[in-house]
Design a protein around this ligand. Structure first.
Ligand code: C2E
Ligand code: CMP
Ligand code: CA
Ligand code: CA
Length: 395
């Protein structure tokens, strides 16, 4: 039988007893409940809880029987919070927050055990999938390493060329972050991007990527003898919604003396979570002449309604579509729809992750303007990137 969502209790009803297995928590809509410890025949009062307070959550979080008993004081209306509702949220939380929660729970259980004249084992049995200490420690460790790597200036952009599929020339590049460790390892962002983005470190890392790639741009542009050569910079949601974002971007651009039409900001659909605020910021960027590309389109929770309002100049076709479109009719249909939509909205298309000649030919046949991928080149350091032009001339 499904758990009812609400419960109404008369005064003095037992809701659950210390030692019971916990199956749900409660939110008090009205009335009061008493939490108490049972020691032999004695009752030791702990708290009286009222409207808006929650109880019965502990046993769900750490999977240990109820730490105390609970009885209604007056007539109560309770909202039932199911185990899944609670655990889904906890699992989605930062592992460090989960670790703190575990520490607080253990402390509270320890105090209750003292009241029961019991001694609690140092660490209560807990559900490792929900409260994983190791994961939290690893995360804090990585966050600290990233913070000192930022202080030590260990992040640099690698550049991947973006080709015009019509002229075959390199018309731009995407700047992709790399961590160059002290022992010379070059680490791609897959292993640390989440940690950067979940903390404010992304602001610092993002600014470094803007500064360094804009500093390199005049060099690249003159080497390729193209004053329209563009650099595409990935901007994370937190960075874009920061109130200083545009002012700092302008500052870096002025310092590097490059024109805004050579700068493309790559944003994902996630920025649209900010709704009208994001829209206003996008319009400001366009007014200043920056180009705006939508990255990873179709992989997130896109809102077509927002897409049509966003002043975008480019749409990037995600690698996942490129890799499947030659074999899978559904992926090909999505790509065709994206192309059609971009045309209607006046946007340019950039195909990502082109690895085979078949993929390239298909994109060319469909009239896609630009492409990048391992078929052409992998991302590379600035020195190698600057040599590409001379190789093209001689090769
Ligand atoms: P993304 O923006 O989708 O970047 C494309 C990723 O695909 C890059 O991985 C690139 O190296 C890789 N790639 C390019 N062509 C091919 C191909 O033909 N085959 C395959 N298998 N892969 C290809 P990378 O450099 O590891 O970056 C991963 C993600 O990290 C990026 O995905 C982007 O979301 C994020 N990222 C990278 N640099 C930055 C940055 O400076 N700031 C922010 N906010 N995010 C960044
Ligand atoms: P749970 O252990 O599931 O069941 C008993 C509930 O009482 C517990 O969750 C908490 O919501 C609450 N509780 C336990 N100990 C205390 C305490 N010391 N002070 C206040 N509330 C408590
Ligand atoms: Ca990108
Ligand atoms: Ca992408």
């Amino acid at each position: 039988m499904a758990t009812p969502h609400k419960k109404t209790l008369a005064p003095n009803e037992i809701i659950f007893r210390q030692g019971d297995l916990g199956d749900c928590a409660y939110l008090i809509e009205s009335g009061r409940v008493a939490i108490f410890i049972e020691r032999g025949n004695e009752e030791i009062p702990l708290r009286i809880l009222g409207e808006g307070e929650v109880f019965g959550e502990m046993s769900l979080i750490d999977n240990v029987p109820r730490s105390a008993s609970c009885r209604s004081v007056d007539r109560c209306n309770l909202i039932v919070v199911t185990k899944d509702q609670l655990l889904d949220r906890i699992k989605a939380a930062d592992p460090v927050v989960r670790l703190l929660m575990k520490a607080l729970l253990e402390r509270l259980r320890g105090q209750n055990a003292i009241l029961r004249n019991e001694v609690l084992a140092p660490s209560v049995a807990s559900d490792p999938s929900v409260l994983d200490k190791k994961e939290a420690l690893q995360r804090i460790g990585l966050e600290n390493s990233l913070a000192s790597a930022l202080d030590e200036d260990e992040f640099i952009p690698y550049y991947q060329p973006i080709h015009s599929l019509k002229t075959k020339k390199i018309v731009g590049c995407e700047a992709l972050i790399r961590w160059v460790t002290k022992d010379g390892q070059i680490i791609s962002p897959a292993s640390y991007m989440d940690v950067l983005e979940d903390s404010s470190l992304i602001l610092q890392a993002g600014q470094i990527m803007i500064d360094k790639s804009l500093r390199d741009l005049p060099n690249i542009s003159s080497q390729f003898k193209n004053s329209d050569f563009f650099v595409s910079i990935n901007i994370s949601g937190r960075q874009f919604s920061h109130p200083d974002f545009l002012a700092k971007l302008d500052e870096s651009r002025n310092r590097a003396q490059v024109s805004s039409h050579q700068i493309k900001l790559e944003l994902t659909e996630r920025i649209m979570m900010d709704g009208p605020l994001a829209l206003a910021a996008l319009r400001q960027c366009r007014l200043k002449g920056y180009k705006l590309a939508l990255d990873d389109f179709g992989t997130g929770f896109s809102s077509l309604q927002y897409l049509t309002q966003m002043p975008l100049t480019d749409l990037k076709i995600d690698r996942s579509f490129t890799s499947r479109m030659n074999e899978d009719q559904r992926s090909l249909s999505i790509v065709q729809t994206l192309i059609h939509m971009a045309r209607l909205l006046g946007m340019n298309l950039i195909a990502e992750g082109i690895e085979t000649l078949d993929q390239l030919k298909l994109y060319e046949a469909m009239g896609v303007e630009m492409g990048q991928g391992y078929l052409f080149d992998k991302p590379m350091p600035i020195e190698a990137f600057l040599k590409l032009q001379s190789q093209l001339k001689t090769g």
